[in-house]
Write a new protein. Sequence first.
Length: 419
Amino acid sequence: MKTFSQLHISLRIRMYLQFVTSLTSSAIIPYISVYFSSLIGTTVTGVIVIIVILSGIVGALIGGYLADRIGRRKMMIIAEAGIGITYLFIAVFNSPRINLPYISAGLFMINLFFNGMFFPASTAMIHDLVLAEQRKFVFTAMYWLANLATALGTITGAFFFIDYHFYFFLSVGIVSLGSSLVTYLFIKESLMKNKFLRSDNKSKFTIWSNYLHVWKDRTFMIYLLSCFLIFSLESHLTNYIAIHLRDTMQDTNLFGILPVNGINMVGILHAENTILVVFCVGIVTWMMKKISDNKQYFIGMCLFVVSYCILTYISSPLWLIMMMLFISIGELMYVPINQSILADLVNENYRSSYLALNGLIGQGQMIVAGLAITISTQISALTMSLGLFSFGILGLLLMGYVVKKETNSKKQMNITQTV
């Protein structure tokens, strides 16, 4: 707690706000696809998901650029206000007396645009405020809080969202507006003035020039593609897998005690993953002490890829829980090392641009998730699983190239420094 009290006040407030907003949104986001598919059909839902996610990508690119121009705080206030207002309208159009799914889909497009704008500004503020000696504590704490909030939110949504979606939409809208107000009242700007004004002619510093440097970094772009292929498997849990389990899993009593159906099972798997990540970090770290980072990284990723691909095909509750155990172990093995690789690849002079593009991986995953929903109506479950497995293996091969090149680069740098 002493370390926490030494953090910048704006950083401490951001950590509190992240927990509350993640808690409420996690009760909604995982079940949106299932909710809409029951109203307008699976195929149309897949197309809508893709369109909505594209708006988030556009929002992230614009938000990443503007956050470096007008400031992190102002962008966060505007974005969260937009998120809150759109959720309130979504609640109105999905109330007990009104049900307009297509208008709601349009509002979700606007909502995700503001979500996209918020992410790079929020991430950049954290990087602005955290000191070098505080980074390990801050990022570990934020990762822990995010996972705890996700566990509580998803398990709540699994059992109550479908029947009480109006109140869930309303609560997220109120929380988002409250977060925007707290940011306005208590958080100060973290962007250093004129830091990014590289020329007296400000018009030269456009959104295009801001990202052009990143696009030219071939190694980093391969890294992004690899992460996209591998991590996109996780996005299927609350999309394709959720619909697959809803249609194929029979109602049963888990361990002979808890009655569950396919949708409940999704919430249980999500909560299992998050709880294991929160409480088993120390155990996995101890187990991996004598294994090199590179070996640990690829063993973890292989566990993650193979287990997720099996998860897309099976529907037995006990096997589902076992696969999620392997997925969680793999995640704990590779996530810390992956963050280190990202830090090594990022050019500090363009940090916000690199982080904005890295953040788009999540949006890209959701596009793939939407495509999977649509494609799954045309092919068998086995073919779907094999296709996803191929994506995962390709991602592993590309990541192997990135790690090898980065390792060789470090060796060359050490030789140069020695000479």
